[in-house]
Write a protein that binds this ligand. Structure first.
Ligand SMILES: Nc1ncnc2c1ncn2[C@@H]1O[C@H](COP(=O)(O)OP(=O)(O)OP(=O)(O)O)[C@@H](O)[C@H]1O
Length: 313
């Protein structure tokens, strides 16, 4: 069964902005699903709909087989959402916050205590128990907030840009926590992020959206192979030299699309090895001075840029 199925969802705001425009996506049970998109793509609107704060205008959404409009009360009992603004009471300790959360979900005290100690052990939060939450940094507060939201044992956990503004060390600790949530608790994670590296590292499935619609959905590997195209990367000493060389290369290699990327030219190719030799020969013969030449495999960033730029045509 899918954790989430979104079919042809439209949402416009009162000011006429069409935030979602026929969106489709599916999230498998027990996976980490990342939603990527530029500012204004509609990610927050979708999270608000999936967490039942907003209603779609049209379309159908089911979560764990339940209809989001008909069964919203039941759905709320098995989801949790960590928004960008922490929901944790910073004047209380982590334990006090957790026990309070348990009361909101009517979890019996004994059971709540057991669950709290499991979560504290699993996420190595013991060192943060003594002091009020206000004394901790933003990154740690974010982790505490996630632990707090795990008290209700959600089947689906929504995380809106969980690592925004964090340094790489804190981000990696957060990634470890998310993997544990998936692997040890079996919780499906639906997250939004602007960091391609994060989506690549962490996700089982990525959906890239633009202008309220999905452009592509698949595993990080599938996405790279979706636009699978190696490129010959020719590096120059500066951008000006690369700009001068672009028309020369384009003229001789009409079948390869050339694009400027900083001080390099990328030439899309399907036969990278033979084209590398041809381009290298051409550069030497034409006495075009360059710094290096190599076969570059696409990164997720290339895929993202290619897909989001293509639709702007
Ligand atoms: N409450 C609102 N009223 C009117 N328009 C809104 C409202 N919330 C969002 N929008 C508009 O809907 C579109 C989608 O916004 P949304 O916040 O869902 O995108 P996003 O992908 O989450 O962007 P970001 O990454 O910047 O948070 C944007 O054009 C935005 O200006």
């Amino acid at each position: 069964m899918y954790a989430i199925e979104v079919h042809n969802v439209q949402k416009s705001y009162k000011n006429g902005v069409q935030a979602l425009n026929g969106l489709n996506l599916t999230v498998k049970t027990g996976e980490i699903f990342s939603l990527l998109g530029q500012n204004g793509a509609g990610k927050s609107t979708l999270i608000s709909i999936l967490t039942t704060y907003l209603k779609p205008n049209t379309g159908k959404i089911t979560m764990l087989g339940k209809d989001i409009l008909k069964d919203s009360g039941e759905i709320r009992s098995y989801i949790a959402c960590v928004a960008q603004r922490t929901s944790i009471d910073t004047h209380l300790s982590l334990e006090e916050n957790m026990m309070f959360q348990a009361r909101l979900y009517k979890i019996p005290k004994n059971e709540a205590r057991k669950r709290m100690s499991t979560l504290i052990d699993e996420f190595e939060l013991g060192q943060y128990l003594k002091y009020p939450v206000s004394s901790y940094s933003g990154g740690i507060k974010r982790r505490l907030d996630i632990a707090l939201n795990m008290m209700s044992n959600p089947k689906i956990l929504f995380l809106d840009e969980p690592t925004v503004g964090m340094d790489i060390q804190s981000r990696m600790t957060m990634w470890k926590m998310m993997r544990k949530i998936r692997d040890d608790f079996g919780t499906t994670i639906f997250l939004t992020t602007h960091y391609l590296e994060e989506a690549d590292n962490l996700s089982d499935t990525i959906c890239i959206m633009k202008d309220g619609k999905e452009i592509v959905q698949g595993s990080p590997f599938e996405l790279r192979t979706y636009t699978r195209q190696d490129a010959i990367k020719v590096q120059f000493s500066n951008k000006e030299n690369a700009k001068i060389a672009i028309p020369l290369l384009s003229k001789d290699f009409t079948q390869l699309t050339c694009t400027l990327q900083n001080d390099s030219i990328l030439m899309d190719t399907t036969s990278s090895e033979s084209d590398l030799i041809k381009v290298n020969k051409f550069l030497l013969k034409s006495q075009i001075s360059f710094q290096g030449i190599e076969i570059a495999e696409p990164t997720l960033e290339d895929v993202f840029l290619r897909l989001t730029e293509k639709k702007e045509d």
